[in-house]
Write a protein that binds this ligand. Structure first.
Ligand code: NAD
Length: 260
């Protein structure tokens, strides 16, 4: 087991990509704390882990954009398990709208969840990781950390910003044995993407089938969606990587949707 006796906190772990990562880490022996604004979904994921794997897991209610909520959640985890070895900063939301129509409130809402959320969870975990002189931080970026698409300005901006934060953490964390990397998935069929299909169809004036074929999958090498399992496999590889050789990097997992 690659993560035996390690502890991990996964934000947004109640659904989609985060849930798959939490389950994958638990299967590899990690105790996982699932932190989600939707506590019912976090509890359901914990129930699945404890029932199927007989391994301890915990759920905490957390709004990653709220300082007190993040600090409270990370403290609850370390009170129970004493340390945090791995942070997966994954919670995310999307907003589809043209820049000219976008309200400041919607701009801020997306940046708050992705950027404030990544900073606040990083700070809370890094304090513990520095004391322990070891830790791994994974940010859930996107192909939109590398390129832009229409109608997604705040999301594209936030996802690019995560690469900057990751590099800063990699520089500051190195002397404490802390490394940081970004995972950049292509389109994955989670609730976040299912909601986008009709929204993009309406905004672009095309059918939902064309959103899938021409917007989401056209640039892939095989016409396939990236899966939650694809992303979790990369997260496991990064979380279990044995040295600081792999830090400050952003790894694209997108069936070739974007290549560099
Ligand atoms: P999802 O909607 O299935 O899951 C997102 C989770 O985040 C949910 O459980 C939700 O309750 C939680 N969440 C939302 N706001 C939160 C907040 N303020 N505090 C705490 N939890 C919050 O979506 P997903 O597709 O699994 O997305 C997970 C991450 O992957 C996001 O950062 C997203 O941007 C990124 N991503 C997704 C795709 C994709 O195609 N699905 C592609 C690239 C990147």
């Amino acid at each position: 087991m690659l993560l035996r006796d390690r502890t991990a906190i996964v934000t947004g772990g109640g659904s989609g990509i985060g849930r798959e990562i939490a389950l994958t880490f638990a299967r590899e022996g990690a105790r996982v704390c699932i932190a989600d604004i939707n506590i019912e979904s976090a509890r359901a994921a914990v129930e699945e882990i404890t029932r199927t794997l007989q391994i301890p897991a915990m759920a905490v209610a957390m709004d990653v954009s709220d300082e007190a909520s993040v600090d409270f959640g990370v403290t609850a985890m370390t009170a129970a398990w004493d340390r945090v070895d791995i942070l997966v900063s994954n919670a995310g939301v999307q907003h589809i709208e043209a820049i000219a129509d976008l309200s400041l409130a919607n701009w801020r809402r997306i940046l708050d969840v992705h950027l404030d959320g990544a900073f606040l969870t990083t700070r809370a975990c890094m304090r513990r990781m520095k004391a322990a002189r070891s830790g791994t931080i994974l940010y859930m970026g996107s192909v939109h950390s590398k390129v832009a698409s229409p109608l997604k300005a705040p999301y594209v901006t936030a996802k690019h910003g995560l690469i900057g934060l990751c590099k800063a953490v990699a520089k500051e964390g190195a002397e404490f044995g802390i490394r940081a990397n970004v995972i950049c998935p292509g389109f994955v069929r989670t609730p976040l993407v299912e909601r986008q299909i009709p929204e993009q169809a309406a905004a672009l004036g095309i059918s939902e089938e064309d959103v899938v074929r021409k917007v989401m999958l056209k640039e892939t090498v095989d016409g396939e969606f990236t899966t939650t399992e694809d992303v979790a496999a990369v997260a496991l590889m990064l979380a279990s990587f044995p040295s600081n050789a792999l830090t400050g990097q952003s790894i694209i997992v997108s069936h070739g949707w974007h290549m560099e």
